[in-house]
Ligand binder design. Structure first.
Ligand SMILES: [Zn+2]
Length: 606
């Protein structure tokens, strides 16, 4: 651990941005994309005479996709690390046009693969050169089945630019310019951008949270008609397209995207409904800590315990991850060491860097990178562990063909959350910590539970009920607010103070206005519970489990969620018991937290 560079090296992607290697790569990619599109467009659809040809078209498209991914990852890294650089922005815009051409190639490919009989397609899938592509090809064929004829799809895509996407852009523009009058506890009033409200809602002083919440909602209320029109139009467009495409239910498309069945998601939410006492108990403890009968909507993300951990150096942060991984998962430790040694982690604090953190990689060079800004806090160490989990997942897939290296959102956060859990466990076992520091870490390790087991289910329930009513016509704003309030009270129960509900949460949450994806909520809960299940299994079984864990990760691009879990863990996720056991598995940590709360309040534990 000698070379701890604050910046990353990207020269393995290209020696220089815009240099001869980069130019040649882009030109070759353009030429190959053009020629592949012409070839696929002029080939007769798949029948029993041209299996080898179509297998080769598919492999060519996969290769082009991987090369586009290589450039996308490279430009994404450059742009994040130097957000003011206009050359990178121009290159990203040029790449977007190549990506649009690639999307057209994939549409042609889907069409070509969907015309033949099921029997013929079964034989095609047995083609020797299509090993590990069965899952992706089956998904392509299924999605092609739920398409209108190509001219209608083309018209829908063209109209969408000024239709559904425009409603999403309107939301972004209006909400992006919003400000609210923040009244600080000391009497100061400050005009504050709405984008800062979220951070204020995590403030340790409850008066600050309440002020940001109420002042912010005054502004959302003033814009509720615009937001309600956008929400109705986005859902209405989708419902029209679903019915024209022969999709019977508004959840069919989101479930297809997530590679998961309705039976599984029904079982998961049934288990949550039956075990709401577990996450509610956690919020009840927080209410006691803050001295209120129940929590308000604006208390959900507030820290209750003080952070007394010292500020950390980057060296110390890496050492903490290194030690936790080394104690529990030596392969992950060696991988982290190689990332640090090869300068794959950008962590410097400096101007012109984008906010946030991400993991990326390229299957052209089989390398990964992490982007983050290290500010010396424990939450930054958790971010490092989280992103290393992501890159480790990619690393385990590098030997596979490109289409088997991509996985749905439902399976995307498993490895990251698993690595976070290993870190949290390792940190809490550190004998050098005092009681308060350990309590602070414990609170952090439980903070996901109310978000994924209460807040996200509220969004899912609200959105399901909204779509069901929207099918019968426009839903008035007063009714949207009522649906939102009802969902909150249903899920939170009496842990939520009825005076503390948020009727405008549907307006303030950007996720409801993302036009590319609908139901951007249940995959979060799925990922959280699945990774909790894996971690609980790891705790029970010990190091022997890690082999099955790696099998699990390596299968994520080659099967449905149900099959991945069945093959790697031998469990059926369509059964409610799988999810219920996992939720109840959180109890020992909540017991420990209850003991901390009791100690703080000098009262017996509940
Ligand atoms: Zn993540």
């Amino acid at each position: 651990m000698s070379d701890l560079s604050p910046t990353w090296s990207l020269t393995a992607y290209f020696p220089t941005f815009g240099g001869p290697e980069y130019q040649t790569f882009i030109h070759q990619l353009q030429a190959d994309l053009k020629s592949a599109s012409t070839t696929v467009e002029t080939t007769v659809p798949l029948d029993d005479s041209n299996h080898d040809g179509w297998a080769s078209h598919f492999a060519t498209a996969e290769d082009i996709g991987a090369r586009l991914g290589h450039v996308g990852s490279y430009l994404g890294c450059l742009g994040a690390a130097d957000a003011a650089n206009e050359d990178y922005q121009a290159a990203e815009a040029a790449l977007a046009s190549l990506q649009a051409q690639f999307a057209k190639l994939m549409t042609l490919l889907k069409h070509g693969l969907s015309q033949c009989s099921d029997e013929n397609f079964e034989v095609f899938l047995r083609n020797a050169s299509l090993a590990d592509a069965t899952h992706e090809l089956t998904r392509l064929r299924t999605s092609a089945r739920f398409q209108m004829e190509s001219s209608a799809e083309a018209l829908a895509a063209d109209l969408g630019v000024d239709g559904i996407s425009a409603w999403g852009r309107l939301y972004d523009t209006v909400s992006g310019k919003m400000t609210f009058e923040m009244k600080w506890p000391d009497g100061r009033t400050e005009t504050t951008p709405m984008s800062q409200r979220r951070a204020l809602l995590t403030h340790h002083d409850r008066r600050v949270r309440a002020a940001a919440f109420h002042a912010g909602n005054t502004v959302w209320a003033a814009h509720e008609d615009v937001m309600g029109a956008a929400l109705n139009a986005i859902a209405g467009t989708r419902l029209t397209l679903y019915s024209r495409r022969g999709q019977n239910h508004f959840l069919d498309a989101p479930f297809h995207d997530a590679s998961v069945s309705r039976a599984t998601i029904d079982a998961m939410f049934a288990a949550i409904d039956a075990n709401l006492d577990v996450p509610r108990r956690l919020l009840g403890l927080n209410a006691r800590l803050q001295g209120t009968a129940g929590i308000a909507w604006f208390d959900q993300d507030a820290p209750q315990l003080p952070n007394t951990l010292p500020e950390l150096s980057w060296e110390r942060a890496v050492a903490l991850c290194d030690q936790a991984f080394g104690d529990h998962y030596p392969h992950l430790q060696s991988y982290l060491r190689s990332m640090i040694k090869n300068r794959w982690v950008e962590n410097e604090q400096r101007p012109n860097k984008r906010a946030g953190a991400f993991a990326t990689g390229s299957s052209v060079i089989n390398e990964e990178r992490i982007f983050m800004t290290f500010g010396g806090t424990m939450s930054d160490v958790t971010t490092l562990a989280h992103e290393v989990g992501h890159t480790w997942h990619s690393h385990l897939l590098t030997a596979l063909r490109p289409c088997a290296q991509t996985y749905p959102m439902t399976l995307a956060e498993t490895a990251s959350t698993f690595a976070e859990s290993i870190l949290a466990d390792g940190l809490m076992a550190d004998p050098g910590l005092d009681e308060d520091q350990r309590a602070f870490l414990l609170e952090g390790s439980l903070s996901h539970a109310p978000s994924f087991l209460l807040n996200i289910p509220v969004r899912f329930k609200f959105e399901s009920r909204f779509y069901a009513e929207r099918a019968a016509g426009t839903v008035p704003v007063s009714r949207i607010k009522q649906l939102m309030t009802e969902a909150q009270l249903d899920v939170f129960g009496d842990t939520l103070d009825p005076a503390g509900v948020d009727p405008w949460f549907w307006a303030s949450k950007l996720h409801f206005f993302i036009t590319e994806l609908s139901f951007y909520n249940f995959p979060y809960t799925f990922g959280y519970l699945l990774s909790s299940a894996l971690f609980q299994e790891f705790k029970r079984e010990g190091p022997a489990f890690l082999k099955r864990y790696e099998t699990f990760l390596s299968l994520t691009g080659r099967a449905t969620c149900e099959d991945v879990v069945q093959q790697a863990l031998g469990r059926d996720i369509r059964e409610e018991t799988f999810w219920a056991e996992t939720i109840r598995g959180l109890t020992p940590r909540i017991d420990a937290y209850a003991a901390v709360v009791a100690r703080k309040l000098g009262a017996p534990s509940v």
